[in-house]
Design a protein. Sequence first.
Lengths: 234, 199, 90
Amino acid sequence: MPWRRVRLVERRSQTPSARSLVFAAPGWPGHLPGQHVDVRLTADDGYRAVRSYSLAAPADDESIELGVQTVPGGEVSPYLADDLPLGADVEVRGPLGNWFVWRTEQPEPVLLVAGGSGVVPLAAMIRAHHRTQSRSTFQLLYSVRTPDDVWYRDHLADGDPRHDVRIVYTREGPPAGARAPGRVGRSDLDGPASRLQPASPAYVCGPTGFVEAVGDLLTDMGRDPATIRTERFG
Amino acid sequence: MNSLSPGFRGRRRSLAERLPPGQYPTESFPVLSAGPTPRVSTEDWAFTVTTERGDTRTWTWEQMTALPQQGIVQDIHCVTRWSKFDTRWRGVPIDAFLEDVATDAGFAVVSSYGGYTSNMPLEDLLDGRAWIVHSYEGYPLSPEHGGPARLLVPHLYLWKSAKWVRGLRLAIEDEPGFWESIGYHSYGDPWREQRTWGD
Amino acid sequence: MADGTVHLDGNCLAGPLSEILAVEPTTAWWRCPECTRSGPLAGLHVYGPEPGLTVRCPGCSYIALRLVREGEHIWLTVGGGSGAFRFSTA
């Protein structure tokens, strides 16, 4: 799979530390929602760094959109998030990954559980589903620390009656929030899980600890482990 | 009055001279891992030297800490390009563990709780060039950095300084360890930039 | 793989393995010889990427695969032992 040069054409802030980056990618072969690319940066002395980033939007012939969360002290993310100039190129390899994907032919209702920046590939799934005539429903449970940490507010409030988005806060919620701030627990998942079919997939994405905790909750609740697909972001 | 001894620096080298080729200095202490962090209590800890004939000698934590301890200040160099100056440790020189050991071996394989290994010529562990260390910057060595005890052999790339050390086996031939068996250099001298097999 | 040093999972191996495998690897099925736990490569625990990738069973940490990039070469062991293959990608 070749590396191809893509040009940064748009940068948008999603949160104080998170960015959407849109790259011009003429001839992009297309991708499935959930897939990622590897991004390669090369320094003047030839030193290279490679990191994976999820595609945030469904396939479009001419451009790709990535979601980048700045990791303090990180080698690559701060550069991509804020320093790569508009009009400059990076190299990407992809699309990658056939495991953590949702295919439009899948008929079952879907559960998506996102922790922080783990929302990126799940947003791609929601946005892809939005374009279909499918009657399946998508439920997203989205865990963030505070209201400032929510990505893609516009995409998540798409008005699609098949989409149910629930945001839970772990540190600090909005005033008069119905749910006290805290980590995702059984009570957050019981309702959404009750609206799934036995073969419904659950896609869980976020930091390693989050993914493992949610995965354990879902299996404890009786979800078939074979229907749970996870992607850890570290 | 004229200036006195301008420019004199004595033996203290500038930081630039202490940086091996291809390295950059860091104030942090990155943690690199090849597996889950072992959790070993000092009650359970043991360090075993095994000769090429299979004879063994083991030290418990009490026995190891009862050996004469040294304060150590050394620069360390990671193959992933970061170097850290003047790191401070406390521990026991490998010389102390090999004092009464009769051996014809020229090499050593150091092994860790969790299965990690690194290899080096025996002489690189002797004459005050290597230690079993248990304290870093005045505190007990944390598990993520190799605690309760790790090997420290700072004149080689830091992957040689096996974390969670549990044993040293003397060997007649050089036996590639964890990283050496998958492309990293068998010796690993930062000053000759011996990072990988082809270097 | 994200910046950071905790383990990720086999999803991030899609790119590196694409240089030496013709088939998509993350959906591959693997059964641990040590503890018999089975599942997709995507679910394995991945440590690294520096100084190399170490891929382990999520149940017992048995090493399934190791991969090191050396310039234009990729070293690979299937399982954790010695006897790595050194592939030339150029």
